[in-house]
Ligand binder design. Structure first.
Ligand code: FAD
Length: 431
């Protein structure tokens, strides 16, 4: 075993992604001697991939219900002590202009890379030692502390913080190192699985929608008691877009998802009214051209895009006119249920079937596109063995886990990165 090298450190942090960088900066600012170790050639982890280059780094609506994990209460303490205003203040003080978009999402006005530049400067100012191109191979207990071995040598310190992220998106450098370290020291790991991931349709459904790849529209998706109102995108193999990615985090195998392609429109009433009027225009044209009018339902009052179970329809603000369906989708749905029957001659059951296909299309996905493309990892280090106040392993003082390596995932909208900042802050305050 080689001798630990470099200047002595109080804290070793494995992983220079958002969680590791934030923890390194805050602990060093408190006077701790910190060494940050990463296998990549640059700091930042998955940050450069986020928010389409602008990094959706937090959300105005941060609250425990936007996080997914076996223990929903685990995030409460860290979130209560570090909110969206805290990270906005840090970034604005560092010269990063921020902009708020729909659903409370906060982005960098210019480039997400500014965040990496800021952390680089803050870490240097506080003399964080950064060791890059160091793939961690093993970790051992060394007296009262920890020894970390990489291909290049070894490092030792009394405290070890594991911030190596989840296993999704492996092309960005994700590894299972954090899970291996957890198991080695007696912690359990909840089976990692893909979250925020496109869904694959069963062959029969894929055949119905095969010509729609690339078509996107606003929808309402219901899954496992959650309702998400956002865009849906048809892909070559199934469905994607923010509404589907959100639902993917709550889906259990074999469970159905329901899509309302015309949220805010009372489709049965529209069809019935036009039938009674002896409408000459076809049903597909009707559904494609603003079908709402007098029978549009009120828009849901919440602006987060995330609706509660059984959203109460009455009492909201007046509805904005609902956009119609893309014509190609309208034709597919109408052809399936009315075929060439004019609306005026359609039977009640035909109209009901069409209304249900438009307003409550239910399907069981064949699967997901997997960890390879998932934006987050569900599962991870079991939070049952971790203090929610400090992120320290309960039975092994000096060992900490922060960020996505834990069994905590954020919904789409900046929540994952907020968890990286908030968890890092909780740990740094205890170091
Ligand atoms: C395409 C994409 C887009 C996303 N967009 C958003 C968004 O807009 N908003 C949002 O909130 N979230 C977004 N996310 C999720 C977000 O990027 C992650 O939740 C966040 O980066 C997790 O931070 P982390 O520090 O825990 O881990 P990571 O960012 O994964 O960093 C882990 C670090 O550990 C290092 N490491 C791993 N194994 C080893 C090893 N064996 N030895 C040494 N070093 C190692 C890695 O090189 C990496 O630098 C997105 C994810 C993806 C994939």
């Amino acid at each position: 075993m080689s001798t630990p090298r470099g200047n002595p450190s109080d804290i070793l942090i494995l992983g220079a992604g958002p969680a590791g960088l934030m923890c390194a900066y805050l602990a060093a600012a408190r006077g701790r001697r910190v060494r940050l170790i990463d296998k990549a050639a640059r700091i930042g982890g998955k940050l450069p991939l986020t928010g389409g280059g602008k990094c959706n780094f937090t959300n105005r609506n941060v609250a425990p219900e936007h996080f997914i994990g076996s223990n929903p209460n685990f995030v409460r303490s860290a979130l209560a002590r570090f909110g969206p205003d805290d990270i906005i203040a840090l970034f604005e003080a560092g010269g990063i202009a921020c902009e708020q978009r729909e659903h409370g999402r906060l982005f960098c006005m210019h480039s997400g890379r500014q965040i990496i530049t800021l952390f680089d400067r803050l870490c240097r100012e506080h003399r964080v030692q950064i060791s890059l191109n160091q793939t961690v191979q093993s970790v051992h207990r060394n007296g009262g502390g920890f020894e970390v071995h990489t291909q290049q040598g070894s490092f030792a310190a009394p405290v070890l913080v594991v911030a190596t992220g989840g296993v999704s998106y492996p092309q960005a450098g994700a590894t299972d190192l954090g899970y291996r370290i957890a198991r080695q020291f007696g912690l359990s790991v909840i089976e990692p699985r893909p979250g925020l991931v496109p869904l694959v349709l069963a062959p029969a459904d894929r055949a119905i929608f095969k010509d729609l790849a690339g078509v996107s529209l606003p929808v309402e998706v219901a899954c496992a008691g959650r309702v998400f109102r956002d865009d849906l995108l048809f892909t070559h193999r199934g469905l994607s877009g923010p509404a589907i990615l959100q639902a993917s985090c709550y889906l259990n195998p074999g469970q159905a998802i329901t899509v309302n392609f015309l949220p805010g429109v009372d489709v049965p009433a529209v069809l019935q009214r036009h039938k009674q009027q002896g409408a000459r225009s076809g049903a597909a044209r009707l559904l494609a051209e603003r079908p709402g009018g007098a029978v549009a339902l009120p828009a849901h009052p919440r602006s987060t895009g995330i609706l509660p179970v059984n959203p109460k329809r009455a009492g909201g603000p007046p509805a904005a006119p609902a956009p119609g369906l893309p014509m190609r989708l309208a034709r597919i749905l109408v052809d399936k249920h009315l075929f060439e029957t004019p609306l005026s001659q359609a039977t009640r059951s035909q109209l009901e079937a069409l209304a249900s296909a438009v307003g409550a299309w239910s399907f069981v996905p064949a699967g997901t596109e997997g960890l390879r493309v998932a934006e987050t990892t569900l599962g991870g280090v079991d939070t049952g063995g971790i203090s929610s106040g400090t992120m320290e392993a309960r039975h092994l003082p000096g060992l900490y886990f922060i960020g996505e390596v834990l069994d905590v995932a954020g919904q789409l909208g900046g929540y994952s990165l907020h968890w990286a900042w908030a968890g890092a802050n909780a740990a740094a305050n205890a170091l």
